[in-house]
Design a protein around this ligand. Structure first.
Ligand SMILES: Cc1cc2nc3c(=O)[nH]c(=O)nc-3n(C[C@H](O)[C@H](O)[C@H](O)COP(=O)(O)OP(=O)(O)OC[C@H]3O[C@@H](n4cnc5c(N)ncnc54)[C@H](O)[C@@H]3O)c2cc1C
Ligand code: SF4
Length: 455
């Protein structure tokens, strides 16, 4: 529950609706045809290698151009079963569209690959399910976590005929697609509709409110299933480590974002007037913009380095500014003090030292806020392995995996945010789940595995 002290019902119902409507309106049939005609069908197609899931982009665009929308959707889904949500949430400006040859032409405008992908998925018939399940293999796999990594892995395994059980600690599936991505990127319950589509392949069972490390141990799963996939994301929140941090007026941004995503009535959410967000990534931008769209009048993001060093892309920073968010750079919080209305944060100005590191300067200032949201990153919590005799290697902070997402344990794979590949987008999680599923499939169908099972 939000502790925000100030008002609810600040905007008219129409304003709430408008502020949380789709930020990227869908292309019409005519617009999609015109945009598809801009593709040069490049032989080397740099857009394909820039897509983490390696979607055959010129192939699906040519199908749109020839009115084969169903074929276009199937081309996308063959590589990325969450192609619908990726079309909506991918930062295409730093992926496929950045690599598009038209991005460097005189037009200076890439083919709108993300919008075309969305057009294809939204305008095709996905029922009955476009892929069929192979004959059942008799093998079973536990997939822990139902975020993009777990869902992609589960679908690919089910397609290969394996029986999958998804183990999820929440009562609702989807991971950050359901609890993290900004509401205006995935409108109309898209995340849940996509999960319905994915599980229509068959062979996927669910175990909700089952938590690895509490309800079930990794050792148990390894003895009950032929293989295990871990797609458990990052559950630890980084703290500021400043005095006064435990104030109820200081909260983690991801918790508030989840609260907004699950809210049935935005007008009933209590929202502060003056908001400070601490951090420089996607999450900082997302909470700041959502606060503005909920009616907060004064929203400031404070970041300890320069905007050039923010992990939020220039595109995202521009989006924040368009939403009326102020970005303060070189500002590091050093203490928090309670005020009658909220909290006052003291900041120290920072600068780069001779070695390129960060140093505090003698300059300081303070800002008052009704609410402060901390968005300085998340980390992997090893608690889920606490009661397992044989946990996978996590010596580098997250689960260590090989290029095919195999952990240090012979029958355990992992993917998505919880692994140490240095990749943190939805589309990366989907690719990890897919790669792991293919590796698990090879493991389950290897002659030695089958011999040992029948012996
Ligand atoms: C606020 C926010 C906004 C973002 N916006 C974007 C964006 O716009 N575009 C983009 O590409 N990426 C975005 N990302 C990143 C993206 O959401 C993640 O990279 C992606 O969701 C990772 O998928 P995952 O499956 O690894 O983990 P998650 O989506 O975190 O899913 C993990 C699942 O595991 C479950 N789980 C955890 N622990 C256990 C346990 N012990 N037992 C059982 N189940 C467990 C969780 O309940 C959850 O369902 C955003 C991230 C955040 C935090
Ligand atoms: S790089 Fe651009 S123009 Fe070339 S195939 Fe990809 S989308 Fe088409």
């Amino acid at each position: 529950m939000s502790n925000a002290p100030v008002a609810s019902n600040r905007l008219t119902p129409e304003q709430y609706q408008q502020n949380f409507a789709d930020i990227k309106p869908a292309l019409s049939h005519y617009q999609a045809k015109v945009e598809a005609a801009r593709c040069l069908y490049c032989e080397s197609a740099p857009c394909i290698s820039a897509c983490p899931t390696e979607i055959n982009i010129p192939s699906f665009i040519s199908r749109i151009a020839t009115d084969n929308i169903q074929g276009a959707a199937e081309t996308i889904l063959e590589s990325n079963i969450l192609g619908g949500s990726c079309a909506r949430v991918c930062p295409t400006e730093v992926l496929c569209e950045q690599a598009c040859v038209r991005h460097h032409s005189e037009e200076c405008k890439a083919v709108a690959i993300g919008s075309l992908q969305r057009f294809a998925i939204d305008n095709s018939t996905l029922h009955p399910h476009p892929f069929s399940r192979e004959a059942t293999s008799g093998k079973s796999v536990a997939v822990v976590g139902s975020g993009p990594a777990g869902l992609a892995c589960a679908h690919r395994l089910a397609r290969h005929g394996h029986n999958v059980t998804i183990i999820e600690s929440h009562s609702k599936p989807g991971g950050l697609n359901e609890y993290g991505i900004a509401a205006y990127k995935l409108v109309n319950d898209f995340a849940q509709r996509e999960i319905d589509f994915i599980t229509e392949i068959g062979g996927i069972d669910w175990s909700y409110e089952t938590s690895l490390g509490q309800t079930v141990t990794l050792d148990q799963l390894r003895s009950e299933f032929d293989a295990v996939f871990l797609g458990i994301g990052l559950q630890g929140h980084r703290r500021l480590n400043i005095s006064g941090e435990d104030s109820k007026h200081i909260q983690y941004a991801v918790d508030e974002i989840a609260h907004i995503r699950q809210s049935k009535q935005l007008s009933e959410l209590k929202v502060g007037n003056r908001i400070i967000v601490i951090g420089g990534g996607n999450t900082a931008i997302d909470i700041a913009c959502q606060m503005r769209r909920l009616g907060a009048t004064d929203v400031t993001i404070a970041y300890r380095r320069s905007t050039k060093q923010m992990s939020a892309t220039p595109h995202e920073q521009a989006f924040a500014r368009q939403n009326g968010v102020r970005i303060l750079e070189w500002s590091q919080p050093v203490a928090a003090e309670a005020t009658p209305e909220g909290v006052c944060i003291q900041f120290q100005k920072t600068a780069t030292d001779e070695q390129g590191g960060l140093k505090a300067t003698s300059e300081s200032f303070s800002l008052k806020a009704d609410m402060v949201y901390v968005a300085i990153g998340q980390y992997f919590l090893t608690d889920c392995f606490a009661n397992s005799q044989h946990p996978p290697d996590t010596s580098h902070g997250r689960i260590t995996v090989t290029p095919d997402n195999h952990t240090s344990l012979p029958d355990v794979w992992a993917g998505g945010d919880c692994v140490n590949k240095g990749e943190d987008l939805t589309v990366h999680a989907v690719q990890h789940g897919k790669i792991a599923a293919e590796s698990i499939h090879r493991f389950l169908t290897a002659p030695e595995q089958n011999n040992s099972q029948t012996d």
